[in-house]
Design a protein around this ligand. Sequence first.
Ligand code: MN
Ligand code: MN
Length: 461
Amino acid sequence: MEAKEWKETLLMEKKNGYDRMPAGEREAMETYCQGYKAFMNAARTERECVREGIRLAEEKGFRAYERGMKLKAGDRVYRNNRDKMLLLAVIGQKSLAEGVQIAAAHIDSPRLDLKPSPLYEDSELAYLKTHYYGGIRKYQWVTVPLEIHGVVALKDGKSVDVVIGEGDEPKLVVNDLLPHLAGEQRKKTLDEGIAGEQLNILAGSEPMEGEEKDRVKLAVMKRLYEKYGFTEADFISAELEAVPAARAMDIGLDASMVGAYGQDDRVCGYAALKALLDLGEIPGRTAVCVLADKEEIGSVGVSGMNTKAFDTFMEDLCDSQDVPVRACLEKSFCLSADVTAAYDPNFGDAYEKRNASFLNYGVGLCKYTGSRGKSGASDASAELVAYVRRIFDDSGVIWQMAELGRVDAGGGGTVAGFMANRNIDTLDAGVPVLAMHAPFEVTAKLDCYMAYKGMAAVYRN
Ligand code: MN
Ligand code: MN
């Protein structure tokens, strides 16, 4: 190695992405982020992500894949798993026996779910009780305007889509205590300041005429019935999610960042989806995009990454070429596309600066996640990290090496382990996020765009 070469490499890895990105890419980055923000505004829940994903995919020639369908190179197919998980594939030129290139992201995000019996009245105010979903810091979810999105399944088999608070419609909110009376509350830890059972959503205050008891609650229920046609008992078979009302927007005087709810992990979900839809030529190996549900509560259930629905989809694809699925998976590669923690100088102590990811330094590769001695991590092999370095560099992807935070500061997991368990070589990579899991998260446009370029590089290789 020439002395010059090793020096250049050192500098390269410590350079801000804006010093490395060709000037001609600025416009493509901006256009990409416009599309990303539109997606975020259209898709506030996992169900809405699936619906919007299918709409975008069908526009680009994808069709629903049924078992037994004949497939040829270039075919574009998707499978909708119960409206909450979306699997898509572009069939490659090579046999599935050569393996597939997978990008797997999750489309569920932390939020407040309504309880099965949510509506009640107290002191002539109507409230909805919630059970939070995912790892939230409860104090962040008070005094934030909320909407409710979801579905109510009626006993007759019909389902009603519910969107409360969109556009100019009235919003909902969880209140906090005024500082003047917070003498006791302020002595509590951040964790204890707002309790789970205090995350009750204010839903109404006007009493219904002619009633004696629970007049405000009745007025709220009447409105719901008139607008959506469901009754109080129907809450029992509903999935109603309170999500922040704020739209996706540019952040910073230079508009270099995106602020939105649910960027963990829709920022990677959109990148994985968009890169697949935009695939120009027919790839060598088949390209697969997975948008999974339930990552935030352990990738559980029939729509989480542990589901056999993924294996079934892969088996169906393999059956069409008479290839054993196990032979396909052992030669496959998966980029577990999930966000990482961006270094925040306001909370520098939580990070180890030499190994942290930074805004505008590109998509972050994470060899391992986990906590307390990498526990729970899938820990990709050195060879696999080298492979991704190579394909990213060859495709002009700006990337950085990332660790989630200071050793023993905490930790987290992704879908990587569940893919690796299937005998698929898997590496974590994703967009660095500020204030992850907060009702409003921040990413850098450059990193969002580089995630998209990274996914495209995976599909093409
Ligand atoms: Mn995530
Ligand atoms: Mn998360």
